[in-house]
Ligand binder design. Structure first.
Ligand SMILES: [Zn+2]
Length: 80
């Protein structure tokens, strides 16, 4: 297990599959089942270099999404 890199966080990273959101050319893209290491305490997420490269390659040529999702603004944070 790898110890968390966040200062004074006692957590350790656990291998998980996460929902990863990226903004690409002003579009929000959500990718399911991204392998990541997630801190059990603070939730910090680490992606491996090969995972980041695979995501970047996919963004270049994403094809059709498997599903689409609604996007909401945080209540109270919308531009006035
Ligand atoms: Zn942590």
């Amino acid at each position: 297990m790898t110890k968390c890199t966040i200062n004074s966080c006692p957590g350790e990273y656990e291998k998980k599959h996460i929902l990863h959101t990226v903004k690409y050319q002003e579009r929000v893209i959500v990718i399911e089942n991204v392998p990541a290491e997630v801190c059990s305490v603070c939730g910090d997420v680490l992606l491996s270099l090969s995972t980041v490269e695979a995501i970047e390659a996919m963004l270049e040529n994403p094809g059709e999404p498997v599903r689409t999702a609604p996007i909401y603004e945080m209540p109270g944070e919308a531009a006035a």
